[in-house]
Design a protein around this ligand. Structure first.
Ligand code: GLC
Length: 641
């Protein structure tokens, strides 16, 4: 049976933990430290007791951990401590700020960490105030899953810079009003990480950092209920390592060894790694592959209750040391299973402040392929608003494939055949259907009838041209507006993906051909195009058009009538091609996924008289009944008195 998420610890144990934490603080920080412990300490101790209370020496370990947290809080730099105080006073600061995010690889975006600072003007001109840089810590030599095989949490990847340069970058970003989000790859480390090497050298403690099996029996038993992330490139979930004389758990690639969170030092090491980066100015952590952190025989080993206990404990650590920091769950699972990452029950609002809405992302692409808003409508109708002081990360594309499995319950709950329906949508986006405008590619599908993921840059999936100076099909630009408008309408923090702002097409760089052949996700990982940037500066071609759309949308999002802290609600409408969402009483968004022109009666939606267009694409100005072109977007605001 799964353990309860929290234990109620003996008050004496909490008091001892509090003392260990506070004693490590300099006198000037003690009062605030005590207050913080009084808010978060019981969750921390209760979570750790639920996870590790049975371990030998659990008490001493807990006190050591708390003293370590105190030491990290003691050295937290003053400007970051000031941010902490301001954000504690307004815990939904990131929602109210109406942030716009941007996600990029350091090398492909700016060359190095120092080079990223040279792109701040570009980000600011877009309205970006949240920059997610994909992994930049020292990665495994050779193939590293784009840096997601981390060799050291203490060092920066040498080709990208140094820790000092990371601190300089976070300082520059902060001055520009941009929060830096970094990946915390917490499910696994590279097979050349010091822990893995020590395990291979026979260190018993470090062997316990991983899930190692001398015999094949248990791996086989687990495999009976496990899925596969890369069924073609990395089938199975275990890798035989001769130096371990056994099998090690490797959910992703064989060189990424899953960490064993049942072993207390793993938690302590990862919490320490996270908070050290926080003290260098990282303001948001993307908790990579969070659902995989706990294993249980007979299950998919996804979203186990202990995962939430681990994350609540990590959150309590940030609440003690770096309360201005946000945690973001990367849980690419159906939306109903993502909601618990915001915290449920006694953990409500005490886990991650942010989580990716991958269901909406995949649902929007499926809707585009189907010419019907049915899937996103159903999804949004079923998905409750996240708890206060939390919010969705919405996005159109990212560095990964569109993972179709997140839509499975949505399709099957209504008696649909997942492979047939979503396979059809994937085939459309992969350009395998007559009349398709899309130029994507299948990812990890066994044959043309199986469905796993689809790759491709936004522009190529939407039918924008490869040549940035070629004529633009207005319908493709409307599709671009539609998907970005939806992400901006729904999300607390919408996230642009590098190159999408410029309408960059699929990666066709010959230097990347081998990488794309080995892992098709490199199709959406091109270098940021300097040609496209130059065209933007000259206000020409595709980049001028796509940035123009984003700027227009962002202007509306910053309007005071935009109810930032209000979740959108679905408005029923007889036309299945239309997705209609309110944001409070004064804002209405209409998103048309169909391929035909349709009439829209604004009066019937109570958004006619006394309302104005805030953003319109494919919805010519007119009276109370408007004509929506295929893929039109219309945002309306009630006039202010
Ligand atoms: C996350 C990343 C993905 C990576 C995987 C393993 O899903 O987004 O790129 O392959 O984790 O670290």
């Amino acid at each position: 049976m799964p353990a309860p998420p929290l234990r109620t610890p003996h008050p004496a144990r909490i008091a001892a933990a509090r003392q260990a934490f506070v004693e490590a603080l300099p006198p000037a920080r003690r009062r605030v430290g005590e207050q913080r412990f009084d808010r978060a300490g019981a969750v921390l101790v209760g979570a750790l007791e639920a996870l590790y209370g049975h371990a030998p020496d659990a008490d001493r370990w807990l006190l050591g951990l708390c003293a370590g947290l105190g030491q990290l809080a003691a050295v937290r730099p003053e400007p970051l401590a000031a941010l902490d105080a301001a954000r504690e006073a307004q815990p939904d600061w990131f929602v109210r700020q109406r942030m716009l995010g941007y996600s990029a690889y350091v090398d492909r975006f700016g060359g190095t960490l120092a080079g990223v600072a040279g792109r701040i003007d570009h980000l600011r001109a877009l309205g970006v105030d949240y920059l997610h840089l994909l992994p930049f810590l020292r990665a495994r030599a050779g193939e590293s899953d784009g840096g997601f095989a981390v060799s050291s949490f203490e060092e920066i990847e040498p080709a990208l810079g140094s820790m000092a340069e990371l601190e300089q970058l976070t300082t520059r970003l902060r001055e520009a009003g941009i929060s830096l989000c970094a990946d915390l790859v917490l499910n696994h480390v590279a097979d050349d990480h010091a822990w893995a090497r020590a395990a291979m050298a026979g260190d018993a403690d470090k062997r316990a950092f991983f899930h190692v099996f001398a015999e094949r029996a248990l791996p086989d038993a687990y495999e009976a209920t496990l899925g596969e992330v890369f069924p073609q490139a990395a089938p199975g979930n275990f890798t035989h390592v001769p130096a371990l004389d056994g099998w090690v758990w490797t959910t992703f690639y064989p060189f990424q060894w899953d960490l064993n969170y049942a072993h207390p030092p793993v938690f302590a090491a990862m919490a320490h790694a996270m908070l050290q980066l926080a003290n260098r100015g990282v303001e948001v952590f993307r908790l990579d592959s969070a659902p995989f952190l706990w294993k249980r025989l007979g299950t998919t080993c996804l979203n186990q209750p202990e995962v939430h206990t681990v994350l609540a404990a990590l959150r309590a650590c940030t609440a003690l040391v770096a309360p201005g920091v946000l945690l973001k769950a990367e849980a690419i699972v159906p939306a109903a299973q993502v909601l618990p990452y915001f915290g449920e029950g006694e953990l409500r609002g005490r886990e991650c402040q942010l989580a990716y809405h991958s269901g909406l992302m995949a649902g929007a692409w499926a809707a585009l392929a189907e010419g019907s808003a049915a899937l996103p409508r159903r999804l949004l109708a079923q998905t409750p608003a996240p708890p206060p002081d939390t919010g969705w990360i919405t996005y159109v594309r990212c560095h990964d494939d569109i993972v179709w499995g997140v839509l499975r319950p949505l399709v099957e709950a209504h008696g649909g055949d997942f492979a047939q329906r979503i396979g059809g949508a994937a085939a459309f986006l992969e350009g395998r259907v007559a009349g398709s405008f899309a130029r994507g590619a299948a990812f990890q599908a066994h044959d043309e009838h199986s469905v796993h993921g689809s790759n491709g840059m936004t522009a190529s999936l939407l039918g924008l041209p490869d040549d940035p100076l070629a004529p633009i099909d207005p319908a493709a630009l409307r599709r671009y507006a539609l998907l970005h408008a939806l992400a901006l309408w729904v999300g607390a923090v919408p996230l642009l993906y590098m190159g999408d702002e410029l309408g960059q097409p699929n990666n066709a760089d010959p230097a990347d051909a081998a990488r794309i052949a080995a892992d098709g996700r490199w199709l959406q990982r091109p270098q940021l195009s300097t040609t496209a940037l130059a065209l933007l500066a000259q206000q020409r071609g595709v980049p001028a058009a796509t940035v123009g759309v984003l700027r227009a949308l962002m202007t509306v999002r910053r309007d005071p009538r935009w109810a930032a802290a209000t979740a959108p609600t679905l408005v029923e409408h007889p036309d299945p091609a239309l997705l209609i969402l309110r944001r409070g009483d004064d804002a209405l968004g209409v998103f048309h996924f169909g391929r035909d022109e349709v009439p829209l009666d604004l009066a019937a939606l109570d958004a006619g008289n006394g309302w104005n267009d805030a953003f319109a694409s494919g919805a010519a100005a007119g009276g109370a009944v408007r004509t929506l072109a295929p893929w039109a977007t219309l945002w309306r605001f009630r006039n202010r008195e």
